[in-house]
Design a protein around this ligand. Structure first.
Ligand code: ADP
Length: 453
């Protein structure tokens, strides 16, 4: 039975959106962001050792450090790493809390005369390193730090030039940090897009390969369905070739040779005709099993139909009468000849299957071609049982079949419609009023035919 290739790969778009922000875990409870925050909280707390060195042991600094560390843990617990807006919110919260706690530490360490005051410009830079993707939060921190530094200097009665100097330093550092962060984000986004594009291209390529293999498998399946008829067809010429060779052997080797030259020539002619018949059948089948991606060209409908009919006759000759009605003046269609012939072969084999139970007497299959406006219409009709009402809406579903597993794959009509649509045509199925099935193919008339009219 037909075995298909691996299912078509998912395109990246189908696989779900990429993480909105670089570095965010696509799955799992503890992604890199949360882990980083959890590591950050003991680091914040342990900095109390520096506070002790800078200003001696004190409860205020310990409480500030504890609040800071707690806010970090809280963020880690509440952050939703799958949501970009939740991450932005928590980053803003972290930067604001960090800045406020640091300002409080500067205040308790002696305001603008304390050891921490000169680190004001460092805070926005540090935050840029921890949250490179969020320039808004860094800007918030910079604004808080520069306002607080200016406020402390003003409260201490320092000259305006000092206020301006410190404010200017912090604003500049913040601006450089925020600019660097936004550039970093752009580079990461470009890398992500490049990765996505590469993945999309690879997925499309493997989709195209598996599509071609599927089409090839279906062709082989149709050939498989024909195998019994082909065997029978080849057996006949092989049988009389064998009989002729026996006859020749007997006559040539016998003492009393009675065979005349004319008889001999006749035997050779018959034998050669048999060999020719076998070669023709094999050639036709080989043509159908070839897997090539051809561009649509203008095809004479009569030629395509005769390609399909030559093979389909093997199946239909014991089942039904096959009638072909393709007027010579029918304009050419734009299609891939081998594929269109394969579609017709599918439809003819299906008609043969439908008529099999009915017996040869009165069974008919017809291929009719007509030009209707700018379209060429081909109808493949039979006078079999037609499509039952529950089958009609599902005909073009892949793997839908009413035949046994040894005969049907349920791919013939689905693939036929796909092949026809690839050539800009349509394929529809209906029941004939007088009984039986009708498959109707419509193709746009080829360009030279259109230009000539
Ligand atoms: P398969 O031939 O492998 O079953 P197809 O997609 O070619 O797959 O056909 C799907 C189904 O459509 C068939 O199983 C059959 O029930 C129905 N069908 C197709 N052609 C005809 C026809 N000419 N007359 C009646 N039923 C048909």
């Amino acid at each position: 039975m037909l075995s298909l290739d691996v299912p078509p790969p998912k395109l990246p778009e189908q696989a779900g959106p990429l993480p909105a922000t670089p570095g965010v875990a696509a799955s799992g409870r503890w992604g890199p962001r949360r882990k980083m925050l959890l590591w950050l909280s003991p680091a914040v707390l342990s900095q109390y050792a520096l506070d002790v060195l800078a200003m001696g042991p004190g409860l205020e600094a310990l409480v500030i450090r504890a609040v800071w560390a707690l806010s970090v843990v809280l963020s880690a617990l509440r952050m939703d790493e799958h949501s970009a807006s939740s991450q932005r919110l928590h980053t803003a919260f972290q930067c604001t809390m960090g800045s406020l706690c640091f300002i409080a530490l500067v205040l308790v360490s002696g305001s603008c005369d304390g050891v921490y005051f000169q680190f004001f410009p460092c805070l926005p830079l540090l935050l840029c390193l921890v949250y490179p993707q969020d320039s808004l939060s860094v800007t918030i921190s910079g604004a808080l730090c520069s306002a607080s530094a200016a406020g402390m200097l003003w409260m201490a009665g320092r000259p305006v030039s000092q206020l301006l100097l410190w404010g200017g330093i912090i604003v500049t550092v913040t601006f450089v940090g925020a600019y660097g962060a936004s550039e970093f984000r752009k580079v990461q986004r470009a890398e992500n897009e490049g990765r996505l594009e590469r993945a999309r291209r690879e997925a499309l390529e493997s989709l195209a390969i598996s599509e071609r293999r599927r089409a090839h498998s279906e062709k082989l399946a149709t050939i498989g369905q024909l195998a019994a008829s082909v065997m029978h067809e080849i057996n006949n010429p092989v049988a009389f070739i064998g009989a002729n060779l026996d006859y020749l052997e007997r006559e040539v080797l016998s003492e009393r040779r009675e065979i005349s030259r004319e008889e001999l020539a006749e035997v050779f002619r018959e034998t050669r005709a048999g060999v020719e018949r076998v070669r023709q059948i094999i050639g036709d089948l080989r043509g159908f099993s070839r897997m090539d991606a051809e561009e649509p060209t203008e095809c004479a409908v009569a030629d395509v139909v005769s390609d399909a009919v030559r093979i389909a006759r093997l199946r239909l000759r014991h089942v039904a009468r096959l009638e072909v009605d393709i007027p010579e003046e029918l304009p050419p269609v734009l299609a891939v000849r081998r594929r269109l012939a394969q579609v017709l072969l599918n439809l003819l084999v299906n008609a043969g299957d439908a008529l099999e139970a009915r017996g040869h007497e009165g069974s008919e299959v017809r291929i009719i071609g007509r030009c209707e406006g700018a379209r060429v219409v081909l109808r493949v009709e039979d006078n079999g049982p037609g499509f039952p009402p529950h089958v009609l809406p599902r005909l073009f579903e892949t793997f839908f079949t009413t035949k046994g597993p040894e005969k049907g794959t349920g791919l013939g009509l689905a693939l036929s419609r796909e092949l026809v649509e690839q050539c800009g045509g349509t394929l529809v199925a209906e029941n004939r009023e007088e009984g039986g099935a009708r498959l109707r193919l419509e193709f746009p008339v080829g360009s030279t035919a259109r230009a000539a009219s």
